[in-house]
Design a binder for this molecule. Sequence first.
Ligand code: NDP
Ligand SMILES: O=C(O)/C=C\C(=O)CC(=O)O
Length: 353
Amino acid sequence: MPVQSFVYNSAPQRVVFGAGSLQHLAREIDALGARRALVLSTPEQRPQAERIADMLGAHAAGVFDRAVMHVPIETAREAREVAQRLGADCAVAIGGGSTTGLGKAIALDSGLPILAIPTTYAGSEMTPIYGITEAGMKKTGKDFKVLPRTVIYDPELSLTLPVGMSVTSGINAIAHAAEGLYATDANPIMDLMAQEGIAALGRALPAIRAFAEDAAARSDALYGAWLCGTVLGNVGMALHHKLCHTLGGSFNLPHAETHTIVLPHALAYNAAAAPEAMARIAKALGGSNAAQAVFDLAHDNGAPVALRDIGMKESDLDVACTHALQNQYPNPRPLERDAIRALLQNAWEGVRP
Ligand SMILES: NC(=O)C1=CN([C@@H]2O[C@H](COP(=O)(O)OP(=O)(O)OC[C@H]3O[C@@H](n4cnc5c(N)ncnc54)[C@H](OP(=O)(O)O)[C@@H]3O)[C@@H](O)[C@H]2O)C=CC1
Ligand SMILES: O=C(O)/C=C\C(=O)CC(=O)O
């Protein structure tokens, strides 16, 4: 097909990739022109945060280890105050999307540059999207102030990510790329990244399941996460992300697992309306049907495939359907109530699409 007209935005970001690349941390902080870094982590990843602080020596302002899922506003305020009190001039976020999200909340308020060191495959480090939860409601927005200025991808740091989380986090990344392929503002550059990102994760996840410390597979997975995260940051998401934000936000379902379960069904819903995207997804995963290939990737690698298995009540499906139809994201197929309700039922039961 001839290339159509499109708009492509290039974000100013530096990526340092490779096993052992954490050794370049001090050089990268210096390149940012920063002198005092506040290191962020979850409580459980504090040992890794302390290692970072040790590496930075006099350039470490301190460690703030209270990152939690979905960035509660109280935590964001506390972290902002700590950053100010310690005179931090940059934040180093080591961890998954929750920790990167906390860094973004600080940057949104202060403009502090972020250096992100991702240890999951969620992809937040490549996006200008932030999310903050206030009074039980998660609000998301887009601001280039929060886009991490530097990202260090060191696959050695992800060797300890449990296999189950690796698979679901990898499929969370695949979801960004899959929806990017049928985005209303899609472009050929993002299409290339999306297909390559899906293929890298499609290779990596079964290898990680077989051997969690497979260095090559960890490297492939992080490379795929980078590409898929870039797609999320550059083009608009659709029905699948809307459903996951609804289910996560209203029913407190776990983020990556929800993405893993819903994606095959969202793809099946959109299949006839986005045949080229589906062909690319299927090809990247070595299958002939995109929805089934994603379902099999999850199922065959031990991930949950049914919403009922991650705490969703069947009696809440009607409400979830109503929420999903409000403030709709653009989608290749119009949202039809009965079909969305059937999609949710299938996802709840874990039916192969
Ligand atoms: N703004 C954006 O563009 C995006 C935002 N997000 C947001 O990010 C959040 C989800 O991020 P996600 O990465 O899935 O989850 P988290 O950051 O919450 O991390 C999930 C789990 O991974 C564990 N973990 C992380 N790294 C390691 C490691 N190397 N070894 C062992 N355990 C590890 C953490 O365990 P522990 O208990 O040890 O801390 C944690 O329990 C959501 O809030 C989502 O909305 C997601 C994608 C994009
Ligand atoms: O909710 C946010 O923090 C912003 C985006 C995402 O979580 C993307 C996703 O659903 O993985």
